[in-house]
Design a protein around this ligand. Structure first.
Ligand code: AMP
Ligand code: GLY
Length: 422
């Protein structure tokens, strides 16, 4: 099978790593990829949000299966173009991708499906939004309706912060993505991420994870795309997973099918759990990054069979073979991230790292320059390890971190603490 993966981050490196282990994979191309991915697959320079260009590339390269990593090509309809052209693809249609691309759409689906989530109201007018805020308890959550590169959510601790967020978003800070805001009840509890494959009809859970969004140790400081993650998430035990499936996942997926936009791909449910009861915080229509890295480490080669079964509508016959293990990933970021940071610093020590089924350093933002691996992004490496328990996985991951010679980068030293101190 000739396979094309779209994307260039640590998520796509982990997907490529798992796919390559499956003997079914004859050829793997990743577009555009990065320096780490180049060590295991062919790279192609392709405008991945351009459906027609991706379709042409698939014809020229005899691609049998396309796996779409990030949300942008999904929201742009690349999966639709591929399906129209008869190419097998893993990832939802643009219509179904609205579950991530529009917060108010997701709220509407939850209402119709009676799925537990935060109470909310939607506004396009700042005066009306401000008047509503006066009637609501604080903290309160303000969200830009559309995709805002992970920056469109403000958890306001004061009324003044809430008003400022409303004014910023409706004032055009995120362009069209903020033309409408959703104002949501603040939900208390512990967050966990639940990953489910969906083939339009059947849903198949493939694992849980928790991430560390704040840049600083002890979960302090500004928000980031994620500084580390681990799987499984102890808060999402079997009972909570079953409850999430019955109350949230199945009814919303059935509602999508009923509306003529069946969901196919991976569904990433961000859940808030309080007293064993999960409520939906958000849906994403792709794997989390860096959550994918820990999921792939645990699933290995079967990930390809499962994604293919989802794409072919055969999930009712598929089975996940869960290993009784734990995985952790530590993000190494460029000094300054999530603020401004320098690009181009050389990363040493990567050649001496173990690379096996328990240890992998996935690349998130690197390129090759004059024979050296250099940092080209904010989040740069995802140092990932597996172990019989979380403590062992953590010890292995930090042992790898300590072998990396990159003074211009940093990581948090406490990834996994919440689960380890439970
Ligand atoms: P989202 O982009 O929707 O995942 O929001 C980013 C983060 O904001 C989430 O991971 C939560 O930590 C937080 N958040 C979003 N909505 C709520 C809510 N209704 N109550 C509490 N926290 C929230
Ligand atoms: N790590 C959070 C995300 O991928 O959205």
């Amino acid at each position: 099978m000739n396979i094309l993966i779209l994307g260039s981050g640590g998520r796509e490196h982990a997907l490529a790593w798992a796919v390559m282990q499956n003997p079914k994979c004859d050829k793997l191309i990743v577009a555009p990829g990065n320096a780490g991915i180049a060590q295991i697959a062919e790279l192609a320079d392709l405008p991945i949000d351009d459906g027609a260009a991706v379709v042409d590339f698939c014809a020229a390269q005899a691609i049998d299966f396309v796996i779409i990593g990030p949300e942008a090509p999904l929201a742009a309809g690349v999966a639709d173009r591929l399906r129209d052209a008869g190419v097998l693809v893993f990832g939802p249609s643009a219509a179904a991708a609205r579950l991530e691309a529009s917060k108010s759409f997701t709220k509407e689906i939850c209402d119709a499906a009676n799925a537990p989530t935060a109470a909310y109201a939607r506004f396009t007018d700042a005066a009306a939004a401000r008047a509503y805020l006066q009637t609501q308890p604080i903290p309160i959550v303000i969200k830009a309706d559309g995709l805002a590169a992970g920056k469109g959510v403000v958890v306001a601790e004061t009324l003044a912060q809430a008003e400022a967020a409303v004014d910023d978003m409706l004032g055009g800070m995120f362009g069209a993505a903020g033309a409408e805001v959703v104002i949501e009840e603040f939900m208390d509890g512990e967050e966990g991420s639940f990953f489910i494959l969906v083939d339009g009809e059947t849903v198949l859970p493939i694992g849980t994870a928790q991430d560390h969004k704040r840049v600083g140790e002890g979960d302090t400081g500004p928000n980031t795309g994620g500084m580390g993650a681990y799987s499984p998430a102890p808060i999402l035990d079997d009972t909570v997973q079953q409850r999430a499936l019955e109350d949230i996942i199945r009814p919303t997926m059935a509602e999508m099918a009923r509306r003529g936009m069946p969901y196919q791909g991976v569904l990433y449910a961000g859940l808030m759990i309080k007293d064993g009861v999960p409520r939906l915080v958000e849906y994403n229509v792709r794997f989390g990054d860096p959550e994918c890295q820990v999921l792939m480490m645990r699933l290995g080669a079967q990930a390809l069979d499962l994604m293919q079964a989802a794409a072919e509508g055969r999930l009712d016959q598929a089975q996940v073979h869960f290993a009784d293990d734990h995985a952790i990933t530590v993000v190494m970021a460029a000094n300054g991230y999530p603020g401004s940071y320098d690009k181009g610093s050389v990363i040493g020590g990567l050649d001496d790292l173990p690379q096996d089924s328990s240890n992998m350093c996935f690349h998130a933002g690197t390129s090759l320059k004059d024979g050296a691996i250099v940092a080209t992004g904010g989040r740069v490496l995802n140092v990932t390890a597996r172990g019989a328990n979380l403590a062992e996985a953590q010890q292995r991951a930090y042992a790898m971190v300590d072998k990396i010679n990159w003074p211009e980068g940093f990581c948090r030293r406490d990834i996994g603490w919440r689960a380890l101190t439970r």
